[in-house]
Design a protein around this ligand. Structure first.
Ligand code: NAD
Length: 499
């Protein structure tokens, strides 16, 4: 097992030293107006990495003012120039990929390979994707039939103004990117509020954006707690839209708190995604997909395939493969070369997940493997061994609630209709997986599932061009694709009388 005696690399020291001045408004970095700070921990060791500024309403107020001041010239910048800046930022992200990935791993705990290829790689790709959009965002000339005389109508896609972006701790750089890139491409300016647990990559991102040439005030960063900085952003009258990714509970609070100012909202919330395996599937491939589906990022993935629904005939073979593979996963510090799974993000998150493990046991599920913390050299970190439960019933908490940890609940089913009905019998609807070699069944099931994304014979695939978001309590609006871009615009119809 890997030893946790890993310290932040020296090259990151300057950035960690800058972190207490993590509020960037109008291009200037500062501490919080009220002087508050928040400790940022390495979840693999529990040691303090650095401190970030705990912004409050006063900081948010200044950030919104800076974003408002920057808006008129940003929206008027030529589409080509705007696109160029996004593209230049994607290049800088790639040039600084190693440093960004190390920051993400230290802050969040995930293995370096995940940080490098998934978080940073997909972030760079997403900036590049949206860099192509300002020059293509266009209105329409609808074929009207005027009641009187002759007229001509064209529509314009106009930006909203100042956008507040609030993001969680599981993919800090990537989630910030998924808000900022389309919002900026559409001509809005932004105030970003990252999670108080993982703000370091956002800080570096905003620095890189300045290096790329984004004008001061176009991207502002206020670090701090959700109930302070986050709440202030939601309530601020100068913010036109909140694009939020986080838990369903916080999403509900945002809907209520933003009602007074009638803000537009995009909400990317929680999930309890079903991953359905039919007996005609390639079981080796399905096992791989089930493992990635639940253990990627220690299971702290909104679209994690946390409900593995297996046809009764395939159950024993599949569970046998999963158990063997899960027992072999190497836990360790994310910066160690041989680490396959890191710690959970915090002590609080570990306790929360351990409570679900207890509830699974108490409610009669069978613990196949995991369910315990490693001892020895890893015992200071927030680790949990990969955990699999079988004999899970739909009414158990581990089958219906989002655990957000490396805990797989395996359920059995007997036929297709039952599988789809039970997969849909949850308040969530973020994603789902289907494993089968029957092409007709694949499409039938994909159409029947109430989920914003359905993966067939694959899992956890993402691309900036493919919209991502939820049905039901998993949210509304979409990240990614053209749909996200349009969500940061409003349509104006311009009538021109021709008589
Ligand atoms: P969270 O809701 O606790 O926090 C998310 C963000 O909201 C943080 O920046 C936090 O500071 C802020 N916040 C908290 N309370 C707030 C308030 N009252 N007002 C304004 N802001 C507030 O979520 P988390 O624990 O950071 O992240 C895990 C959750 O995120 C899971 O439920 C997961 O499913 C969800 N998630 C969803 C997606 C998606 O695309 N649907 C992606 C990633 C994560």
């Amino acid at each position: 097992m890997t030893t946790p005696q890993i310290r932040p690399p020296e090259e990151l020291r300057p950035l960690l030293d800058r972190a207490p001045r993590s509020i960037i408004i109008g291009g200037r970095a500062a501490g919080a107006a009220e002087g508050g700070e928040i400790e940022t921990l390495d979840p693999a060791t529990g040691e303090v990495l650095t401190r970030i500024a705990a912004g409050t309403a006063a900081d948010v107020d200044r950030a919104v003012a800076a974003a408002s001041a920057a808006f008129p010239s940003w929206r008027e910048l030529s589409p080509d120039a705007r696109g160029r800046l996004l593209s230049d930022l994607s290049v800088l992200i790639e040039e600084n990929a190693g440093e960004l990935a190390m920051l993400e791993t230290l802050d969040n705990g995930k293995p370096m390979t995940e940080s490098l290829y998934l978080d940073v790689g997909l972030a760079a790709q997403s900036w590049r994707y949206y860099a192509g959009w300002p020059t293509k965002l266009s209105g329409q000339t609808p074929p009207i039939s005027p009641m009187v005389g002759q007229s001509f109508v064209y529509t314009r896609r106009e930006p909203l103004g100042v956008v507040g972006a609030i993001v969680p701790w599981n993919f800090p750089l990537l989630m910030a990117t998924w808000k900022l890139a389309p919002a900026l491409a559409a001509g809005n300016t932004v105030v970003l509020k990252p999670s108080e647990m993982t703000s370091l990559s956002a800080l570096r991102l905003v620095e890189l954006a300045a290096e790329a040439g984004f004008p001061p005030g176009v991207i502002n960063l206020v670090t701090g707690y959700g109930h302070q900085a986050g709440q202030a952003l939601i309530e601020h009258p100068g913010v036109a839209k909140i694009s939020f990714t986080g838990s369903t509970a916080t999403g509900r609070r945002i809907v209520t708190a933003s009602a007074g100012s009638l803000k537009k909202l995009t909400l990317e919330l929680g999930g309890k995604s079903a991953n359905i395996v039919f007996p005609d599937a390639d079981l080796a491939l399905a096992a791989q997909g089930a493992l990635t589906g639940i253990f990627l990022n220690q299971g702290q993935v909104c679209c994690a395939g946390s409900r593995l629904m297996v046809h009764r005939d395939a159950h024993d073979d599949l569970v046998g493969e999963l158990e063997k593979a899960a027992r072999e996963i190497r836990l360790g510090h994310g910066l160690a070369d041989d680490t396959e799974m890191g710690p959970l993000v915090s002590a609080t998150q570990l306790e929360r997940v351990m409570r679900y493990v207890e509830s699974g046991r108490d409610q009669g599920a069978t613990l196949v493997c995991g369910g315990e913390r490693p001892d020895g050299p890893l015992s200071d970190g927030y680790y949990l061994r990969p955990t699999i439960f079988t004999d899970v019933r739909d009414d158990m908490a581990i089958a219906s609630e989002e655990i957000f940890g490396p805990v797989l609940s395996v359920l059995t089913f007997d036929d297709e209709e039952e599988a789809v009905r039970r997969a849909n019998s949850t308040e969530y609807g973020l994603a789902a997986g289907v494993w089968t070699s029957d092409i007709k069944r694949a499409h039938r099931v994909a159409h029947g599932l109430q989920a914003g994304t359905v993966w067939v014979n694959t899992y956890n695939m993402l691309d900036p061009a493919a919209p991502f978001g939820g049905y039901k309590a998993s949210g509304y609006g979409r990240d990614l694709g053209e749909e996200s871009l349009l969500g940061f615009t409003q349509t104006k119809s311009v009538w021109v009388g021709l008589d």
